[in-house]
Design a binder for this molecule. Structure first.
Ligand code: IPM
Ligand code: MG
Length: 372
């Protein structure tokens, strides 16, 4: 298969982690005889520095013409600490989502057996957790009308949803549940918000088309609590934009590190793949950022194009690296630090030698391999 992939590695640790997933995708292309063409463009703070615009036209054009987008991270503390900044890196990402119509953000959350003791949550609570969060990504309070009064003392953000916006992602979430454990939980705040009541009504109506799916409802405050009390109760979670943003960060604690969570942002014409973590500016250039979220995002990219075997090989390589503790310091207390690129090299090596790389594992683990 030939794929044109736009690479928007962005700010902070974005470039470091994205470099690892490109390495991994190149190894996949070699093993499975695919042609992946990578073209890079700037986005976020780096794009503001270069062009004054967090999403330059050239970047947008590249994304529009690509088959898929591999995204790194955006954000810079100089904007976070300046509430009056008119141009912000995040605007680049939000505009990209909106213009490309990437309405469904899918965030898988899994408790890896080998990492159960890395989570601050107790092993017996997180064991067996396997959740797929379907977060609506182009509507709601993120994109509603924003106002600031002239005297600067009153502000508002409108949360608006239409039936159409709810239906299209709800169908995807129901269909995903059909391939999984057949349970769908709608997370909302229908006891307070009119927009949430619309979500409930529309999703309840659609449920009759999916009689095999058990549909449940949870208020978002309760869902936040359930996520850490009993996360394995969830299968597919469907929710609006901001609730999904918040509970997916919360859910990342289950895996032991936010550096593990990948995501796919899907629309009818375009698809983008990105780790859920941010630009982690404190870690930039130190080689300590976990590349696995980006690498698993690359696996989701392959999955999106039906390359299941290829995606599975990446998943296996990641599991092996976790098992052997070839992991960055967020998951590894060893005094000898394993760097971002070493993790990437290990996963690349596994893909290049899926059958015979076992012999290298011990050496790699001890940092003595000639391969890395
Ligand atoms: C995410 C991020 C973004 C969001 C930010 C960077 C705008 O937190 O992808 O979860 O809020 O959607
Ligand atoms: Mg977020």
């Amino acid at each position: 298969m030939k794929l044109n992939i736009a690479v928007l590695s962005g700010d902070g640790i974005g470039p470091e982690v994205t470099a690892q997933s490109i390495k991994v995708l190149k190894a996949i292309a070699l093993q499975f005889n695919h042609t992946f063409v990578f073209k890079e463009a700037v986005v976020g703070a780096i794009a503001i520095d270069k062009t004054g615009n967090p999403l330059p036209d050239k970047t947008l054009e590249l994304c529009k013409s690509a088959d898929a987008i591999l995204f790194g991270a955006i954000g810079d503390p100089k904007y976070d600490n300046d509430p009056s900044a008119k141009v912000r890196p995040e605007q680049g990402l939000l505009k990209l989502r909106k213009v490309l119509g990437l309405y469904a953000n899918i965030r898988p959350v899994k408790a890896y057996e080998t990492l159960l003791d890395k989570s601050p949550l107790k092993r017996h609570i997180i064991e067996g957790t396997d959740i797929s969060i379907y977060r609506e990504l182009t509507g709601g309070i993120y994109f509603g009308e924003k106002q600031l009064s002239e005297d600067g003392n009153t502000a508002s953000d409108l949360c608006e949803y239409s039936r159409f916006e709810i239906e299209r992602i709800a169908h995807l979430a129901f269909k995903a549940a059909q391939t999984r454990r057949k349970k769908l939980t709608l997370v909302d705040k229908a006891n307070v918000l009119e927009s949430s009541r619309l979500w409930r009504r529309v999703v309840t109506e659609l449920a009759s088309e999916y009689p095999d799916i058990r549909l449940e409802f949870l208020f978002v405050d309760n869902a936040a609590m359930q996520m850490i009390l009993n996360p394995s109760q969830f299968d597919v979670i469907l929710t609006e934009n901001m609730f999904g943003d918040i509970i997916s960060d919360e859910a990342s604690v289950i895996g032991g590190s936010i550096g593990l969570l990948a995501s796919a942002s899907i629309g009818d014409e375009h698809a983008m793949f990105e780790p859920i973590h941010g630009s982690y500016p404190q870690a930039t250039g130190k080689g300590i950022a976990n590349p696995i979220a980006s690498i698993l995002s690359a696996a989701l990219l392959l999955e999106h194009f039906g390359l299941h075997e290829e995606a599975k090989l990446i998943d296996q390589a990641v599991e092996k690296s976790l098992k052997l503790q070839i992991t960055t310091p967020d998951l590894n207390d060893a005094t000898e630090k394993i760097s971002t690129s070493k993790v990437g090299n290990f996963i690349e090596d596994f893909i290049n030698n899926p059958t015979d790389s076992n012999k290298n594992f011990v050496n790699i683990h001890l940092g003595q391999s000639t391969i890395i």
